[in-house]
Ligand binder design. Structure first.
Ligand code: AMP
Ligand code: GLY
Length: 427
């Protein structure tokens, strides 16, 4: 079997690593891939947005199955192009990908299908947006409508800051096109949970729970990033809460996907805010912050470390709309993932810095795996090429032992401008 994974992050290395352990013994290709994916397959020099080139490659190389990592090709319609050409691909069609591609679209979807979410307004005119601000209590949440690599949400603590942010987004091109339309949103309090589900159009199947850390600094300070660490299972989502999430969010979401007529055979990742102090009960405290239409990074690294099922079989069942017959197997152990970033991320940072680590194997300690992201091979050496360079993922009998092992692994990877949070999975 020949499998193509689109993307070049640590998430894609983790997906490929799990696929490489399948009994189907697949040949793996990554477009464009990175230093780590080349350890489990072959990198192909095609960018994630080059839909036509990706399709031509898949046809020519007789690819049996394609898995899409990032949102950009999904929003660009890679799934439509592949399915029209008779290729098997995991992901939503372009229409379904709008759930992540446009915050205004996803809010409308939530309202239409009665999925609980924060109160909001959509604005294309900066003066109208500023005039609406007094209707929102502080802090107020301001979101760029389009894709912004996880950075397009600003929580303004004052109306002055909110006005300045609106001008920057809507007039001065912060976040480019993505910020020309904005969503103003009521600020929600509580704890966050990421629920990542497989969807085949008939069944929505949640994976094990995982939690990520969005902020750059310890104690959740500083600006948002793509994600600085994760652990699984979540310490906060138990079976009773999961049943409420299933009834109030997952099933209505599935109904919405069906009613809209999307060909959504892919991954839906639901970001929730859960208010424990909700006066009418915890179930009423569940609200959807956002939809993503792909696996989370770095939640996926922790989930792939815990998945015991044959991942190729899982993806084939999803494509064939047979998720209802699938029983996913997970190790009861905990997983912790710590992201090593280039100092300065999510703003400016240096790249091309040499990486040193034990050997070339990804699994360099028992139950500890390095999943490379912004790292490439240059003149025979591994060097940094991005903000989030490598994720160190460990499994252990308890969350505590997994965390200790992950941080031991972190010590073993060295590069000049290495930065990581010290408080992942620490309560
Ligand atoms: P999003 O990309 O919409 O998930 O937003 C990124 C992050 O911003 C979330 O993970 C939350 O931490 C925060 N956030 C988004 N919307 C809200 C909201 N309405 N209230 C509070 N925090 C929010
Ligand atoms: N870790 C959050 C995301 O992938 O969007």
């Amino acid at each position: 079997m020949r499998i193509l994974v689109i993307g070049n992050g640590s998430r894609e290395h983790a997906l490929g690593w799990r696929l490489s352990k399948s009994d189907h013994r697949p040949s793996l290709f990554f477009a464009p891939g990175n230093f780590g994916t080349a350890l489990v397959g072959k990198n192909v020099a095609i960018g994630v947005s080059e839909v036509e080139a990706l399709k031509a490659f898949a046809l020519e190389e007789k690819i049996d199955l394609t898995l899409v990592g990032p949102e950009v090709p999904l929003v660009a319609g890679v799934v439509d192009a592949f399915r029209e050409a008779g290729l098997v691909i995991i992901g939503p069609d372009r229409a379904g990908a709008q759930l992540e591609g446009s915050k205004a679209f996803s809010k409308e979807f939530m309202v239409k299908y009665r999925i609980p979410t924060a109160g909001y307004g959509v604005f294309t005119d900066v003066e109208a947006a500023k005039a609406a601000l007094p209707g929102y209590a502080l802090p107020v949440v301001i979101k760029a409508d389009g894709l912004a690599a996880g950075k397009g949400v600003i929580i303004a603590q004052s109306y002055e800051e909110a006005e300045k942010t609106l001008s920057e987004m809507m007039l001065e091109g912060r976040f480019g096109e993505s910020g020309h339309t904005v969503v103003l949103e009521e600020f929600l309090k509580g704890f966050e949970a990421s629920i990542i589900c497989l969807v085949d159009g008939e069944t929505i199947l949640p994976l094990e729970t995982a939690q990520d850390y969005k902020k750059i600094f310890d104690a959740d300070l500083g600006p948002n990033t793509g994600g600085m660490g994760s652990y699984s299972p979540s310490a906060f989502v138990d079976a009773a809460l999961m049943a409420d999430i299933e009834a109030r969010v997952l099933q209505p979401t599935l109904k919405g996907l069906q009613a809209e007529g999307f060909d959504f055979r892919g991954i839906i990742f639901i970001g929730l805010m859960i208010d424990e102090s909700c006066p009418t009960g915890l179930a009423d405290g569940i609200k959807v912050l956002e939809y993503n239409v792909r696996f989370g990074d770095p939640e996926t690294q922790s989930l792939m470390a815990r998945l015991d099922s044959d991942f190729v079989d899982v993806l084939l069942a999803l494509h064939e709309r047979k998720l209802s017959t699938l029983q996913l197997a997970w190790t009861p152990k905990a997983a912790v993932s710590v992201v090593l970033a280039s100092m300065g991320y999510p703003d400016d940072f240096e790249t091309g810095v040499e990486l040193n680590f034990p050997g070339t194997q990804t699994e360099f300690m028992p139950e500890v795996t390095a999943f490379f992201g912004g790292a490439v091979l240059k003149d025979g050496k591994a060097v940094t090429s991005g903000g989030r360079v490598v994720t160190v993922t460990a499994v252990g009998d308890t969350l505590d032992s997994a965390r200790k092992k992950a941080y031991q692994g972190v010590e073993m990877i060295r590069f000049g401008n290495k930065y990581c949070r010290k408080d992942i999975a620490k309560f």
